[in-house]
Design a protein around this ligand. Sequence first.
Ligand SMILES: [Zn+2]
Length: 242
Amino acid sequence: MRNYTEIIERLRHLDRPIELLGTAHGYPIHQIRLAFPSARAARHVLITGGVHGDEPAGVEAVLQFLERDNTPLLKHFSFLVIPCINPYGYVNNTRETFDGIDINRAFEADNIAEVAIVKKALGQTQFSLAIDFHEDYDATGFYLYEGKRDEEYIGSNLAAAAKAVGPIDPEDPGEDAPDLAEGVYKVATSWGTQGLAPYLLHFHSEHVIISETPTVWELQQRASLHLTILDTALNVLSEKES
Ligand SMILES: [Zn+2]
């Protein structure tokens, strides 16, 4: 069993408000917003972890993002951060929720507590980028999925930067996810909108990334990989702007 109280303690230590979105199976789910009030033109970015409870590196990466100084980024971006979408799974080390639901296959449902909480957080917000952190128990290297409404993919840049942290996984996830670049696969329309990233791409975000790290790596290496993908994506976005 993992200790969810430690997560909440780390959130409380941040020098900013943590907002309670709701409670699922007895566990609170929080959001944290990072923004300069004056930066009205800032692009909205969504960062999520812990959709799958047995993938703790995503939660760790989100916490490390919140714990570092993001001041330079706030000139360009505002962030909505949900550190742990599936706390029951996080505590009990299960991919699914208490009810045996894989949240990443449940976004078309209206009766799943965790999904309802995320949808409430999203509101009517349109994001420039949404990134969801995952892990893969079978992989030996990292890979990522990317979806972009304008199809101007940046995955090859992301993978090139992430190679400094570790190797790309040699396995191809198959024909459901067309190749975009080495280690980069497309969030395909054939996925529907049951998963968080395809749901966001359809309804809330012009650009989505699912970052996958191999569980065989040390926790810190996995968290670093996620943050490298995020930072590289933000870099590309802010360069485009200027
Ligand atoms: Zn996952």
